[in-house]
Design a binder for this molecule. Structure first.
Ligand SMILES: *Cc1c(COP(=O)(O)O)cnc(C)c1O
Ligand code: SF4
Length: 380
């Protein structure tokens, strides 16, 4: 057995294995009740990062009675089951699909949007379903990008993952393969030299990792990311904004800056979804906007992800920006506010009617608004 497989076996897989100081109950509901609906997995590596069960790492994986005290919220908040032409595929956007290849993960995150299927017997993805997914992509020439997800595709054994990747690479219209993975942040031992040399045969291959807190960037996680980056895989990070985990501008700034040092580019910061069993992690949207304001301009643009809300009911990811930046846009003036709160005017280009009708590129002499000058230093 490989080291990573041993870490899974030796981890906490049942509520009875939780150490006494990690036990809790609320309203007569304990973690044994939670486990019946939402399975538990805290592998031996990730559990070693937990010092306080109520701390940012502990909260992500230690079951909480709150999970089964919520009966209102939707089980499938993003309407993924509705946009699913074959069971392993979610096809929502014109040119790309989500391909759910497994329901296993290195840990079972308590906040997971797909907790309805993760680690459950009903959620298992069969080889037949994976083959159907590959066929679907082969039959749909508009699909130029596939996101392998689940669950975590790196939980599959190398040869099965290679079967999927090689079948996908034989599809001429498929340009980009992406893998979404929690492995580097929660079971970095899974990133072996063998895995990396297999993956690099299937370029252009991108990976979006999932780090939520700077304490997840350990020497082992850094090594895993460096190995993947050395295999030529561009690395991004998708972070979920969560109460009591990372809802603090300093924590997120540190996370995003540290990610860059291990060659991971922050990609998305997600507003937590409205998921049954995960709502105790939600923060007001204003908190996320405030965090974005404290990043933009204050640190490298490289360190700044898009803040998005995945709209309930299948609306997809919608980016949101603090409203302050665009003060107004009228009469040829775009009035802007910068990160320090200072106001500037950008003189917009006004197209003469005739040029506009012909779809031309605009007049050579843009009008300059009263506050503006062409160097952009006006209106402080
Ligand atoms: C997130 C997502 C994608 C990928 O979206 P990008 O914005 O291109 O990263 C594709 N399909 C579904 C259903 C998704 O939720
Ligand atoms: S690794 Fe991802 S899919 Fe798996 S439980 Fe965590 S958030 Fe959900």
């Amino acid at each position: 057995m490989e080291e990573w497989q041993q870490l899974l076996v030796d981890g906490i897989n049942r509520s009875s294995q939780l150490p006494p100081q990690w036990r809790s109950s609320k309203e007569g509901v304990d973690q044994g009740d939670v486990e019946k609906t939402f399975p538990i997995r805290i592998n031996g590596y990730y559990s070693s990062l937990i010092s306080d069960p109520d701390g940012p790492i502990g909260r992500q994986v230690i079951p909480d009675s709150e999970e089964v005290l919520d009966f209102e919220s939707p089980v499938d908040p993003l309407g993924e089951d509705t946009d699913s032409p074959v069971s392993a595929i979610v096809h929502r956007y014109p040119d790309r699909v989500l391909f759910l290849v497994t329901n296993q993960c290195p840990i079972y995150c308590r906040y997971c949007t797909r907790k309805r299927m993760i680690g459950t017997p009903e959620g298992v993805v069969t080889r037949r379903e994976v083959e159907e997914g590959i066929e679907y992509i082969r039959d749909h020439p508009e699909v130029r990008d596939v996101v392998l997800s689940g669950g975590d595709p790196l939980m599959l054994k190398d040869d099965y993952l290679e079967f999927i990747l090689s079948e996908l690479r034989r599809i001429p219209h498929l340009e980009i393969i992406r893998i979404g993975s929690r492995v580097p942040s929660s079971l970095p031992q899974r990133v072996t030299p063998e895995l990396c040399s297999m993956l690099k045969k299937y370029h252009p291959l991108f990976m979006n990792l999932h780090f939520n807190h700077p304490d997840e960037i350990t020497p082992q996680a850094s090594l895993a990311c460096n190995m993947l980056a050395d295999a030529g895989i561009p690395l991004g990070c998708q972070t979920v904004l969560m109460k009591g985990v990372n809802d603090d501008p300093d924590i997120l700034k540190k996370l995003f800056q540290k990610l860059l040092t291990i060659r991971v580019k922050p990609y998305y910061l997600y507003q937590a979804d409205l998921t049954r069993g995960a709502n105790h992690f939600r923060t007001p949207v204003a908190v996320g906007l405030e965090i974005m304001k404290k990043l933009q301009g204050h640190t490298s643009g490289m360190a700044i992800p898009h803040f998005v809300i995945d709209a309930p009911g299948g609306g997809g990811k919608i980016p949101i920006l603090p409203q302050e930046y665009l003060v107004s846009m009228e009469d040829g003036d775009v009035v802007l506010r910068n990160y320090e709160g200072n106001v500037f005017t950008y003189p917009d280009i006004i197209l003469p009617e005739t040029v506009r009708e012909e779809g031309g590129l605009g007049s050579p002499e843009p009008e300059v608004g009263p506050l503006g000058n062409r160097n952009g230093h006006a209106g402080k």
